[in-house]
Ligand binder design. Structure first.
Ligand SMILES: Cc1cc2nc3c(=O)[nH]c(=O)nc-3n(C[C@H](O)[C@H](O)[C@H](O)COP(=O)(O)OP(=O)(O)OC[C@H]3O[C@@H](n4cnc5c(N)ncnc54)[C@H](O)[C@@H]3O)c2cc1C
Length: 327
């Protein structure tokens, strides 16, 4: 019976959305052969997490237990722990999200195991002589169909390309702690400080993203988006032009060289919709463009568009939201 191992991430007692997406894709590999779907996880594992993993069909949970494996565990240490676990679990496939943590961990894992890594997969199927994959390439502007022939497949899964769906049959999600042997040399690169986000909502996971581009005209003009974000429980994003102009920090940039977002609502204000920006927001459930140019790609691709000057529209929108919120 084959085993598929998934490295999952969790925060505040919840599986990361990207991990739920990865588990959904991983089930395609186990269900036809009734294989095991096992997960490896760093950090404190709660009963709530166990229930969530069970709902996604997980058969076993290997908590990676070592003093170096805390919430800021360095990718090299995570990779080495997974490598050692692979010796026990003997998986045919190891998957993880192509997230900020998953991507470097899998790069280290590929180097340590000398196995090929296929990054940013959106679909995977087992065939007689390996795996057929579809993956996102060139910063997300094209899908590539590929064949992977490997002793064990290492795959990362592109964020927000697959809808996370619980399993029809829950798994037992039995807890099987695993203590790897790790040494300090694995900690040469690790986070040393964390900065709280304004409003505490991360751009990558915010349900509402209010983004501004060149059309905003100044750093000060973003104040209206900040206030809307705090009223709507969202985050402020921007285009690269806004970053380059020094109006916003690079952390706020959406796109190929910024953050990829998949909110329920993406409001693109004064953003033309260049391909490099579009790939960062195209997975939003609803995109509304505010632009003076009816021909701008963001306007023609958006679900809805407001054709007009954002400096007139945004204050009116803010007024309306304030009054509905009773402010
Ligand atoms: C390798 C590479 C990577 C890149 N990565 C990224 C990336 O990650 N993210 C990113 O965003 N870009 C990225 N870019 C840059 C990208 O190609 C575009 O240049 C950029 O996205 C354009 O930003 P913009 O839409 O704000 O500006 P513009 O393209 O100049 O568009 C401004 C828009 O504002 C509208 N407008 C102007 N005034 C108003 C007003 N008063 N009211 C309403 N609308 C108005 C205009 O009609 C226009 O559509 C990258 C480029 C390269 C080469």
């Amino acid at each position: 019976m084959s085993t598929v191992l998934v490295l999952v991430e969790h925060t505040d007692g919840e599986l990361a959305r990207t991990s739920r997406e990865t588990l959904t894709l991983a089930r395609n590999l186990t269900e036809p052969v009734e294989g095991h779907l096992e997960v490896a996880a760093v950090g404190t594992w709660s009963d709530e997490l166990r229930k969530e993993a069970a709902a996604f069909g997980v058969t076993a949970v290997h908590t990676l237990e070592h003093e170096l494996l805390d919430a800021d565990a360095p990718p090299a240490a995570v990779a080495e722990a997974v490598r050692q676990l692979m010796g026990v679990v003997t998986p045919s496939v190891v998957l993880g999200a192509a997230s900020e943590r998953g991507t470097p961990s899998f790069a280290h894992l590929a180097a340590r195991t000398d196995l090929p890594l296929a990054a940013n997969c959106t679909a995977v199927e087992t065939v007689d002589d390996g795996w057929e994959l579809t993956r996102l390439r060139w910063g997300g502007v094209l899908y590539e169909d590929a064949h992977l022939d490997a002793e064990v497949a290492l795959l990362t899964v592109a964020p927000h390309q697959i809808a996370a769906v619980p399993a029809t049959m829950p798994g037992p999600a039995e807890l099987e702690p695993f203590t790897p042997e790790l040494d300090e040399a694995l900690t040469v690169a690790r986070p040393v400080a964390r900065e709280a986000l304004s409003g505490g909502i991360s751009l990558a996971t915010a349900p509402v993203v209010l983004a501004g581009g060149r059309g905003m005209g100044s750093a000060e003009a973003f104040a209206v988006l900040e206030e809307l974000a705090s009223l709507l429980g969202g985050a402020v994003g921007c285009s690269r032009v806004a970053t380059n102009a020094g109006w916003r920090s690079h952390n706020d940039q959406v796109g190929q060289t910024g953050t990829r977002v998949a909110p329920d609502l993406y409001l693109a204000c004064g953003i033309s919709g260049a391909t490099q920006h579009w790939v960062g927001c195209m997975n939003a459930k609803r995109i509304v463009a505010v632009n003076t140019d009816a021909e701008a790609p963001m306007v023609t691709r958006a679900h809805e568009a407001v054709l007009g000057d954002l400096h007139e529209f945004l204050p009116a929108l803010l007024e309306e939201v304030r009054s509905r919120k009773g402010g």
